[in-house]
Design a protein around this ligand. Sequence first.
Ligand code: SF4
Ligand code: FES
Length: 354
Amino acid sequence: MNRPLGMLAELTYRCPLRCGYCSNPTGRHSRSSELTTQQWCQVFEEARELGVLQVYFSGGEPLLRRDLPGLVAHARRLGLYTSLITGGQGMSADRLADLVASGLDHVQISLQDADAPIADAIAGRAVHRHKLTAARLVKEVGLPLTLNVVLHRANIGHTRDLIDLALRLRADRLELANAQYYGSALLNLPALVPSRAQLDAAETLVQEARDTLAHRLEIVYVRSDLHDAVPKPCMHGWGSRQLTVTPSGDVLPCPAAARIPGLDVPNVRQAALADIWFHSAAFNRFRGTAWMPEPCRSCPLKEDDHGGCRCQAFQLAGDPAATDPACRLSPHHALVRTLLQDAESAPDTLPYRA
Ligand code: SF4
Ligand code: FES
């Protein structure tokens, strides 16, 4: 069995933004249910012992945790590579200096669009200018900078402008990721899904930019599995390389798995991380290929895409053990075609986080 290489540490689900493509669990999230500083430090120690090499401090907005520099310093002392995944709200020169002094290795900042009024409308708050300032601060202190943009109907047409903005900000990496439909994004799917023509235009631009800018900017493009009828190899396989620890200490094979019925989600307050990784029912439920139904079981691609995404199979087909409906071979694939067809006639209203 593999050991995990990366851990997503979701420090808090609290967030000042209201993006309609948010994939975090919906509902209100209180500070009182979050793990304490000491509990997180224990989690990092157990993660390192288990073999984790990289920790992503994420949220919500991780900068809302005042103890973030201490958490980064502890993870760094253990030898973990530390990445901050932030919307940039709460980032200042002083705050960043604290994080650099703590040993932070990398920062990823999310942008909503290249154009300030559109970006602010998508976020539900005037945030864009501050994000640009945060990105410049990151470059000034010499940390590697990734910009992340979730693509959807309202911004995918601005792909060229997003690439130009990444160049102006001297980003090292631009991640253009088509929305993944979990949490609020699933509820807002009809308003978010782009058209096939929009996707084709964006993919052509990305390819051209990759050809000409390879030496200046790495561009990562995450395709839309729904449109491609090709399932994504979600998480590189269930319980294979990554784990997620939620703000309250639940441990999940992927960030969306808590909604899968009967998963019996383990928690770091009750069990050691190694025990959870190797022995929990939740992490073993969809490991390997033995659980697969047809057509996955006899498919030559099953070791490559792992049967797609378990959460998507549950959300769309009601069965987490089904072949991912995104796959053209799935008996449930018609559900995806219908979703996309219905979305074509959905109004262009900008949705917000539920
Ligand atoms: Fe992947 Fe299963 Fe589809 Fe084959 S049938 S391509 S293994 S999801
Ligand atoms: Fe959970 Fe894909 S998001 S398995």
